[in-house]
Design a protein around this ligand. Sequence first.
Ligand SMILES: Cc1cc2nc3c(=O)[nH]c(=O)nc-3n(C[C@H](O)[C@H](O)[C@H](O)COP(=O)(O)OP(=O)(O)OC[C@H]3O[C@@H](n4cnc5c(N)ncnc54)[C@H](O)[C@@H]3O)c2cc1C
Length: 456
Amino acid sequence: MTTLAESALRDVLGDGALLVGGAVRPYLRDATETRGLVGSADAVARPSSVDEVAAVVRRCYEHGIALTPFGGGTGYAGGAVPAGGVVLSLERLTRVRSLAPELWRAEVEAGVRTRDVQRLALENGLWFPPDPGAAEQSQIGGNVATNAGGPHAFKYGVTGAWVTGLEVVLPPGDVVRLGGVRKDVAGYDLLRLLVGSEGTLGVVTAVQLKLVPPPERRAVVVAFCDSVGAGADCVLAAMSSGAQPSALELLDGRAIDITRGALPVEAPAGAALAVLAEVDGSADQVAAGVEDLDEAMAACASSTHRATAPSEVAELWRWREGVGLAADAALGGKVSEDVGVPVERLAAAIELTHEIARRHGLDACAWGHAGDGNLHSTFLFDREDARARARALAAAYELFAGVVALGGTISGEHGLGQVKNGHLRDQWPAAAVALHAGVKELFDPRGLLNPGKKLA
Ligand SMILES: Cc1cc2nc3c(=O)[nH]c(=O)nc-3n(C[C@H](O)[C@H](O)[C@H](O)COP(=O)(O)OP(=O)(O)OC[C@H]3O[C@@H](n4cnc5c(N)ncnc54)[C@H](O)[C@@H]3O)c2cc1C
């Protein structure tokens, strides 16, 4: 039977650009699949130009059809998991619109993969610092829509800090260009409102990016600590060491255990926390930074290790990047959050994670971007065990309340999507929650763009 979605879109897209039936299946899930989330859709639209994106949005708006923007499908909040209607995949918008290395800027379409943006910059003597962990699969449009961060956000900021302009399709199908210069305070900051809006206000079709020359060198000091408190002290010690870390990460004891096979340095048995502090810059800056960091962290650590050769640094980052997948593999199922707390409350947040896990009879680990106070508190369970999954979800909701009490946020990185719907009101005052809903209403009065997501 032909659905409304199919009949509404058939004539606005070229051959092969509208998928229906079983072909929609790969577009029904993102990285929340490990917590059991799978959506439904009548069709997938795969436009190849901004005009086609606008035509799809217009048709859906005319016919009252829900529309879910879909990037690389790596999101951890279920934002791209559709709840019926049409999935709008950006995968065919892959052109580099412009590249001006001498002016440190580029404009790329939304479907360009994050890794390709990073490569493009490096091949032209420049650097795109945002480094979210699924760069081979995620798209720059998805990074903008989630305002993705990564280890180097500590010194260089999250994706939004590198966006100078956006091309977006707004309901009911208008193509709008915002920004385009490095500094712009002319109106309300609509560009920043769209960054991190998780596909609920507009569809990003192209992104103008700022690039910079890469640092000449980098080196990492790893500190192993025998208690969570000592590890958290190490993070603070790194920050006041005199060096400016370019990244400051941590892994707790359980996260060290599940990644031990890939650990390129010797970790003392029973280590409760590992802290990775990276410095970058000129050879002299890096040498001085390593001295400062090592001296400061040695005061709280049971052992420290310096990685200065590029291959050693790369190996350490490979280990760090493997934690998420190792957590997937540990028991098959996980509920992994991205809470944020003031950096001086990190120890409390890690201890809270394990205390909640114990009460729910769950295995847990935590790792994250320590300098930003951003913690991936993760509850592990056997994927086939529905009761354990329910306990893990309950544990995550308890964690949200706990981090808000610590003065933190329920999401430092992944967004609300659908998995955190309704929890922002525990963090924000009622007046801010009302404004949040008012912004959505203004951009999308019929509520058709990614409905059921990012609800305060
Ligand atoms: C192994 C792993 C490591 C990760 N590490 C990090 C990390 O370090 N930091 C971090 O921040 N995140 C991380 N993530 C989460 C994820 O990679 C990011 O949220 C990423 O930015 C999502 O991009 P995507 O293209 O996959 O978007 P999707 O998952 O497809 O979509 C995410 C949201 O953006 C919307 N969207 C997508 N494209 C557009 C568009 N063009 N216009 C409008 N809305 C759009 C979707 O509707 C959805 O709400 C990780 C995920 C995995 C699986």
